[in-house]
Design a protein around this ligand. Structure first.
Ligand code: IFM
Length: 471
């Protein structure tokens, strides 16, 4: 079904009620919240190493303590239960479960075993992500995602987690945002492991996708029923739609951000234009016979992470630093449009989410979609009464949920929504300064305070309705 944005936009102004089986959730990730980086046998990940590189993370922050969730897990689950969401999306730390990428570690596995039981005891369904960026450092030392051995180690790790939790976890996501792991990690170097090499980014992307495909097949054979991957997808618009160079730059960003990950999964091939654009990098030596068949193992759900779209200009930006995450696209620039910005400097562009979901539905019919992350960082202030009145975040969630609703009205099969994030946490290269949480974390005391947006979201989860809408 082909749908126009006009129809979607009209739907956004109509009644705003979600069906009773729509899944409402909260999301976090292991390194961002757990802390306890040297406990119970956990060994360093690439983020433990990278965060110690001077200048890599704002404020010199590390995940050493983070939200101390490792020690406060039961209280955090109780807090979550009060926030009304029926689903919790979390990730498992590979270096806890198989320290140094080696043998299984019962103590590390035990943490997730208790977490899953605690969630189920509170009637919260666990949605598990196997890889949200904490690669064991020893595997990086051996080449990381640029080498094939890491793929085999990942499948072993996936099996270990499934053997421990497969009886209780209904949804399994292999990877979170392989675009970030590959291109922020190996091309721009803004994320761990901090490498800056265009070809390395492409090789890493291929191995991540292969790891996804092989783990999917392995877990399917072991009885996993709902399997998927989460991609951070964008809506790339030419800065000047009349300028052929901008139109072509937007196409290239779309290829590297979206189609490079979607098309091999869905059709078992990399996009032809992407192969041409990146030929000079000579990365396809890592693609072996059978890899694309493995990558195209059927999935049951596509997780979509959306924060903003991008305007793409072929011109170099005003302050080019040569650190574009797009291999072979060093010169392009993403100028800001006349849109509000979050504290991350990201544009608030809810209509982009409608367009993205409708496009996914049109191009990949029959693939259920779930928004596995959406949210915003703002400079929250704790008031004298101890409350955090985060009206901008609340408005962000409201507008994006309306965008999801509009996409559903336009025919997109969107079955759930996870707010990012359950609580403030370690925002990667931005450290703790950027707060995405529904719950405020006072890091020195670890006190948790639900923000106004948390109370609002709890009501949305409870009623399936956006307050102020006509539904
Ligand atoms: O905090 C991250 C998360 O780990 C992955 N998706 C984007 C979020 C906000 O940057």
């Amino acid at each position: 079904m082909t749908t126009t944005l006009t129809a979607s936009a009209q739907a956004a102004r109509g009644p705003v009620r979600f069906p009773s089986d729509f899944r409402w959730g909260l999301a976090t990730a292991s390194y961002q919240i757990e802390g306890a980086v040297a406990e119970d046998g956990r060994t360093p990940s690439i983020w433990d190493t990278f965060s110690r590189v001077p200048g890599a993370v704002a404020g010199g922050d590390t995940g050493d303590v983070a939200c101390d969730h490792y020690h406060r897990m039961a209280d955090d689950v109780a807090l979550m239960a009060g926030l009304g969401a029926g689903w919790y999306r979390f990730s498992v730390a590979w270096p806890r479960v198989r320290p140094d990428g080696g043998a299984p570690n019962p103590a590390g596995i035990g943490f997730y075993d208790r977490l899953v039981d605690e969630l189920l005891a509170h009637e919260i369904a666990p949605w598990l992500t196997l890889y949200h960026w904490d690669l064991p450092q020893v595997l990086e030392d051996a080449g990381g995602w640029t080498v094939r051995d890491t793929v085999d180690r990942f499948v072993e790790y996936a099996v270990t987690v499934h053997e421990a939790l497969g009886d209780r976890v209904p949804v399994w996501t292999t990877l979170n945002e392989p675009w970030c792991s590959a291109f922020l990690g190996y091309t721009s170097g803004r994320h761990a492991p901090g490498r800056r090499d265009g070809a390395a980014g492409m090789r890493a992307a291929h191995h991540l996708m292969l790891a996804h495909g092989l783990a999917t097949t392995e877990l399917r054979g072991r009885g996993a029923e709902t399997l998927g991957v989460t991609l951070n997808l964008t809506v790339a618009d030419p800065a000047d739609p009349e300028d052929p160079a901008d139109v072509d730059a937007a196409r290239r960003v779309d290829a590297l951000h979206n189609r490079m990950f979607l098309e091999p999964i869905r059709s078992g091939a990399y996009p032809a234009d992407l192969l041409t654009d990146t030929e000079h990098l000579g990365w396809t030596d890592v693609v072996r016979e059978g890899d694309l068949t493995a990558i195209s193992a059927p999935i049951d759900v596509l997780g979509v992470n959306y924060y903003h779209g991008d305007a793409v200009s072929a011109e170099p930006g005003p302050d080019p630093d040569g650190r574009s995450p797009f291999p072979g696209l060093e010169q392009m620039w993403m100028p800001k449009r006349d849109l509000p910005l979050t504290a991350m400097g990201w544009e608030v562009q809810p209509e982009g989410l409608t367009r993205l979901l409708v496009r996914l539905h049109d191009e990949h019919p029959g693939l259920p979609l779930v928004v596995t992350e959406n949210g915003a960082a703002y400079d929250d202030v704790v008031g004298p009464d101890g409350e955090v009145d985060d009206t901008e975040r609340l408005a962000y969630f409201d507008s994006h949920l309306r965008a999801v609703h509009a996409a559903r009205e336009a025919g997109a099969d969107v079955r759930g929504y996870f707010a990012w994030s359950m609580m403030d946490n370690f925002e990667w290269a931005e450290g703790y300064a950027k707060r995405f949480g529904l719950v405020h974390v006072d890091y020195p005391t670890q006190r948790r305070t639900p923000k106004a947006s948390a109370r609002w979201y709890a009501e949305v989860c409870r009623t399936g309705r956006l307050p102020g809408g006509e539904g």
